[in-house]
Ligand binder design. Sequence first.
Ligand code: C5J
Length: 230
Amino acid sequence: MAIDQLTVPADPGPFCFKPAHTALVVIDMQRDFVEPGGFGETLGNDVSMLRSVIPPLQKVLAVSRSAGMVIVHTREGHRPDLSDCPPAKLNRGTPTLRIGDTGPKGRILIRGEYGHDIIDELAPCPGEIVIDKPGKGSFYATDLDDLLAAAGITSLVVTGVTTEVCVHTTVREGNDRGYECLVLSDCVGSYFPEFQQAGLAMIAAQGGIFGWVAPSAAYLDALTNGVDQQ
Ligand code: C5J
């Protein structure tokens, strides 16, 4: 019998979800963000800051897959001709290499390049959804909302990088579209410890202004030992 409803102790209160109507979303776990020589490093970041999310996220992926949940991976990146990369994004800051320039892992943040793809440790399985997005949010200029609606998804468990940029934007976009979003605190990462802390606090503040926050252990416990609450 399929599990109907499970509850995760979360901040600011219990997060109730039905695995059959919940998608695990893994945001931008690409070489360009978490390995040296990619987009994150060109911006001056210490990419090792993001790697702590990999082991807990591997566990979350494995258990969510076993539970038969819908799995969504996203990749931030652009067309080779950069026609979907506005100057406001392309020309900002003083990176060592800009989007589209050639780095050690191929052209920075360009679809089809080695650096643009998801790291081996979290590689999508056949049949899982992979969304290529040009922006920060996973809903902007993608068909994610249509795919989730077709699969009957009403809740999202959100993971990936970076907490205060693409994770936040996706959770805000998702909340605006009516999805209930749980963010797993140890499965999202930031180059800035202070942004990690503030980013998570902002999601759960004001009664959960746009979501819930819980450690992955609480989510895994609900999925593996949870009592069906019908
Ligand atoms: C950024 C992201 N930080 N995936 N992208 O540019 O958070």
